[in-house]
Design a protein around this ligand. Sequence first.
Ligand SMILES: Nc1nc2c(ncn2[C@@H]2O[C@H](COP(=O)(O)OP(=O)(O)OP(=O)(O)O)[C@@H](O)[C@H]2O)c(=O)[nH]1
Ligand SMILES: [Mg+2]
Length: 451
Amino acid sequence: MGDDIMVDNICAIATPYGVGAISVIRASGPLAIELVNKVFKGKDLTKVKSHTINYGHIVDNGNIVDEVLANVYIAPKSFDGENMVEINCHGGIYVTNKVLKVLLKNGFRLAERGEFSKRAFLNGKLDLTEAEAIMDIISSNNDIALDSSLKSLRKNTYNLVSSFREKILDIMAKIEVNIDYPEYEDSVDVTHDYLKPIVEELIKDMEKILENSKISTLAISGIKTAIVGKPNVGKSSLLNMLLDEDKAIVSNIPGTTRDLVEGSINIGNVTLKLIDTAGIRESDDFVESIGIKRSIDALNKCDLVLLVIDSSNELEDEDKQLLELTKNKNRIIILNKSDLESKVKIDDSISMSALNNEGIEILSKKIIEVTEINSIYDMNDYYLNNTRQVELMRKAYCALLDSMTAINNLSDISLIEIDIKSAFDYLGEITGEASPDELITALFTKFCLGK
Ligand SMILES: Nc1nc2c(ncn2[C@@H]2O[C@H](COP(=O)(O)OP(=O)(O)OP(=O)(O)O)[C@@H](O)[C@H]2O)c(=O)[nH]1
Ligand SMILES: [Mg+2]
């Protein structure tokens, strides 16, 4: 790839694989309009205005392949900043592929994943946070996720990050002027006392964003929720109840679930990515013990634990161990089998009966309470949208903490500037203004084909 990325002409099916009323094939590149025009019977696409929809036929050696509408966008006023044609053909798999093949025979190559968006980024049409916002809109499952992604597409995240970069750049500029032109009278004297409150303020503001982002990233990407407990307490029954389908096998034989079973649900504005796990106990059974390892792994990686306990039996050691193991996690203790006589009492737990479909409202309330999802409404958009952004801001934050230590130690100002500059660069990676090439490539390959 490299430099030739902009000079070649790419195409891809932009709609999902499958049968529908229409499919859209995207074509982009300097010669995109001319090349499509060669296989288009209708108006001369090289002469039409930008942003027009043109009726015609795609032809292959004089044979009509399909009746289509061709949307023409002339550079730079297109999604990716290149000349573009979007061909709307009939939505059958065979016919769509046939139109695509005609393009591939006539000067286009197949686009890579996310290549249109990558071109948009390289042409300055999108920054990285906007590109991510597109992905997030596509994958959003609830109103909070959709709303934040749409805001990010309107540069909300970019502006948030840029406001920090501008402040940091201002400090760096003042330091440079001080070093290079100490005799210049109008410049402020950049002393340790001068820097301290400015850097302190930046650190405080970033802390707030990082704190808020713990919740916003969960709200946007969904909450990884592991259902754990000892065998036979009703974990799979709970999963099935929440998903409203018989997804996991339920039986009265302890050790029924051997592998992780997953499913996704929305509770209000919260998306839970549920994982039912194998009951955790000492086991000599080879397959079961692999399942149990996976359960522990899921437990460690999840954002929220639903710890299920069978309240119709006295607590056993396994329950006690799990209560201990999960005590520092976001967790909800569920006393299941509330239809039977209760023999267990635990503070701050909720009672449910997965068998009788009882307790879902109280669980929903508890989930919203424990995850603090609704606090996103009070954050005034002062948060980041995904873990990539959060990790980079955390690095920037640590670099500022280092600079603070250096300020307190009265280190040389030019040394302090090194830390400040690295905070500036980390923030630049969030927006893509200072991102290494490999990272950009890796990021865009997460996109769907045709995006
Ligand atoms: N009475 C009663 N029985 C229940 C309830 N929930 C589940 N059960 C029964 O408990 C047994 C075990 O249920 P599962 O959902 O398979 O339990 P599990 O925790 O997934 O078990 P493992 O996969 O073996 O770890 C089954 O016979 C269920 O019908 C409940 O709320 N009340
Ligand atoms: Mg099970």
